[in-house]
Design a binder for this molecule. Structure first.
Ligand SMILES: C[S@@+](CC[C@H](N)C(=O)[O-])C[C@H]1O[C@@H](n2cnc3c(N)ncnc32)[C@H](O)[C@@H]1O
Length: 270
């Protein structure tokens, strides 16, 4: 484990792509709805002083730095991510923001922390990257102290709406986004997963994350191309894609996806 603002890591299991990820992470956090629900996640974790928190899948560390700043550096703020490059960026951002954070490289599926360690955990748009969301929520519950708080924000890609475009092709593309081997529909399952993992006082609030054409393209172009090669309908999808570009040039592109913020508390031992 690492000490304040140090990153003790050993290689990056996923290698390249940190620059791309950082660009996308920075773009998404400019979206007003993301700012609003991030703030709600901080509010849920209050009081932020004198306690121990984990931002699981902390990415660039910007939410973690905000939390540390809100806690006036009186709390232990831990960030965990699987990517070394992102943790290094988080350490740089903490230096710039003059906040103390602790960073650990590891997986949310197998947290390198003792049980009953944290007063609060937040996890934003990371559970959807795992194949077994229930295993991740169980891990969060394990490392939470009794009465500790968990807040998770994640998407349901199968709810994406995209305009304009041929509705049949759009439906197939949306399904291919949602079925890409991760858990991109987990947003709808989170309340049930919290309950199955024994959390109490569960509350859920859904919202829409609007995407610009550029963000939509950076996030989903690869998945759409894979869908084309699977379905052998390149020309149809090519036309669909081109129509979206033209719509964007004319100021007519509109796309969004539902996300849900779910919060709950670990019960006290009986
Ligand atoms: C969409 S980004 C979100 C980052 C950050 N939570 C935010 O809201 O900006 C997903 C993050 O999950 C991390 N991640 C993916 N799989 C992970 C795993 N198994 N364990 C820990 N982090 C993981 C990625 O490296 C990335 O930082």
């Amino acid at each position: 484990m690492s000490s304040a603002n140090d990153v003790t890591v050993s290689g990056d299991p996923q290698g390249a792509g940190t620059d791309y990820l950082l660009r996308v992470i920075d773009e998404i956090e400019k979206i007003p709805q993301i700012k609003k629900y991030r703030k709600k996640s901080y509010d849920f974790l209050e009081p932020l002083t004198g306690k121990s928190f984990l931002d699981a899948g902390c990415g660039s560390g910007s939410a973690l730095c905000e939390l540390a700043s809100l806690g006036g550096n009186t709390s232990q703020m831990h960030g965990l991510d699987i990517r070394r490059g992102l943790l290094e960026e988080a350490a740089r951002r903490a230096e710039t923001a003059r906040v103390k954070i602790r960073l650990t490289q590891g997986s949310v599926a197998d947290l390198p922390f003792d049980s009953e360690n944290f007063d609060g955990i937040r996890c934003e748009r990371t559970v959807s990257h795992l194949q077994s969301p229930i295993a991740v929520i169980k891990e969060f519950v394990r490392v939470l102290k009794p009465a500790g708080k968990l807040v998770v924000i994640d998407v349901d890609a199968d709810t994406a709406f995209i305009s304009p475009g041929n509705l049949n092709v759009t439906r197939r593309m949306v399904s291919s986004l949602a079925d890409n081997g991760m858990s991109l529909t987990v947003g709808r399952d989170l309340p049930g997963l919290f309950k199955m993992c024994g959390l109490v006082d569960i509350s859920a609030e859904s919202f829409v994350i609007p995407h610009s054409y550029e963000l939509f393209k950076s996030l989903y172009e690869k998945t759409v191309l894979e869908a084309i090669s699977r379905e052998g309908s390149a020309s149809e999808v090519g036309v669909w894609w081109e129509a979206l570009k033209e719509a964007d040039d004319a100021g007519l592109f509109f796309m969004g996806v539902t996300a849900t913020l779910v919060s709950g508390t670990k019960g006290l031992p009986s």
